[in-house]
Ligand binder design. Structure first.
Ligand code: FES
Length: 399
């Protein structure tokens, strides 16, 4: 009996010793580090990108190639069609803009982004004029819902692009042809003139090698030598090529004017809303022309914004002036002395990263934005697409 007890004690001591050794050697489960690293790799808080190449794509568009600026950090993987937010500091104003990735996700060594000049574009013009090889920029992780989903999108895809809206499709087409997916694809690419057809060589090459990918360039202002289709991307042109909308899934990327036109075409074709993905719209050049804008608000109105936020561990309150015709997020970023940058990605009301508590006051939110019901009920807004109509109070500590 005594021997049995002693054996048990020894066993217990051995187990305790083993447990102690395990705690010392492996204080956390063996897989924890791997998972943490993987999550950090896929969803980094931020990335640092270094420009390694700049290519002029057209008179007003450049293609920038970036590698990871940190030798021990790989670029975050992405899905063809997604975008990243590039963060810049322009004369003390820290802001960001989303840009679609044009490279293939199979290419893990670099990202390529197309940037087009925009009239009055604060960031795009800065990038086109100032960014040079060797410069380092901060960026978000890859974001966005415009990507091919095998389960829901089927095998017949219709891509409709306007101008620089071609960039996510370049990534998608490269990826789909590299993966040899058996998909039928029709791309309708609307441009102003022949000189504005971005990535024409790559597109022609893909079309030549992949008979299941058919591309139409449609010019709205063709030159005298153009013998291809011209005008707008109408339902007749689409139907003529795809024959029927049955089992087709539509992806649409362009500017606001193109969206309104294409939305009508989709309706007339009878395409159900759930068979269409629209990439984000961006904000309008003139919000007072948007349906629903209150006519009694003067475009020159200045609004007082009270903002509460945490600074050096303390909650502080500040007041600044904003313009009613500028998105609240932009006005806040202009207040460089506050040193606040609200987390953001799409700047179009889609990703919800900028979600902010509106304590009081009235705002105008762009009509296409859909907020979660719970956010609406509790008074949250997306400042990237919100325009203050009265003096307002926001609280960044209530997230
Ligand atoms: S930045 Fe995406 S919703 Fe505001």
């Amino acid at each position: 009996m005594e021997k049995e007890i002693m054996d048990d004690v020894k066993k217990y001591q051995k187990l305790e010793k083993l447990k102690k050794w395990r705690d010392e050697v492996q204080p956390i489960p063996w897989y924890f580090d791997g998972l943490e690293n993987l999550c950090d790799r896929i969803h980094p808080d931020k990335q640092f990108l270094q420009v390694t190449d700049i290519k002029q794509l057209s008179k007003d568009t450049k293609l920038f190639r970036f590698v990871s600026a940190k030798p021990n950090k790989l670029l975050a993987p992405f899905r063809a069609g997604q975008y990243i937010g590039l963060i810049v500091d322009i004369n003390g104003v820290r802001t960001s803009r989303p840009f679609s990735l044009a490279s293939s996700p199979n290419q893990l060594a670099y990202y390529e982004l197309g940037v087009k000049r925009k009239v009055g574009g604060f960031v795009s013009n800065y990038l086109l004029e100032k960014l040079k090889i060797g410069d380092i920029l901060e960026a978000t992780e890859p974001l966005g819902d415009l990507y091919y989903n095998r389960t829901f999108h089927g095998k017949d895809l219709v891509f409709i692009a306007g101008g620089s809206g071609i960039t996510p499709f370049i990534s998608l087409l490269k990826y789909i042809s590299e993966q040899n997916f058996k998909l039928n694809i029709w791309l309708f690419f609307g441009c102003l003139s022949e000189d504005d057809i971005l990535f024409k060589d790559e597109l022609d090459d893909i079309q030549t090698r992949r008979p299941n990918i058919k591309i139409q360039y449609i010019l709205s202002e063709p030159g005298p030598n153009w013998d291809g289709p011209y005008g707008f991307i109408t339902k007749d042109k689409i139907l003529d090529a795809i024959k029927s909308i049955e089992n087709k899934f539509f992806y649409i990327v362009g500017n606001r004017a193109m969206y309104s036109f294409i939305q009508e075409q989709m309706k007339e074709l009878g395409v159900p809303r759930h068979r269409v993905i629209y990439e984000f719209y961006g904000v309008p050049d003139d919000v007072t022309r948007i349906v629903g804008w209150p006519k009694d608000i003067k475009a020159s109105s200045t609004i007082k914004v009270t903002i509460e936020f945490i600074q050096r561990g303390r909650k502080v309150k500040e007041i600044f002036d904003a313009q009613c015709v500028e998105p609240l997020l932009n006005s806040l970023e202009r207040e460089k002395d506050l040193g606040i940058m609200i987390n953001n990605g799409c700047r179009s009301g889609a990703c919800a990263l900028c979600r902010t508590k509106l304590v009081s006051g009235k705002i105008f939110m762009l009509p296409e934005v859909t907020m979660r019901e719970i956010d609406q009920d509790y008074g949250y807004i997306h400042p990237c697409v919100s325009y203050p109509l009265t003096d307002i109070h926001i609280d960044l500590t209530l997230i």
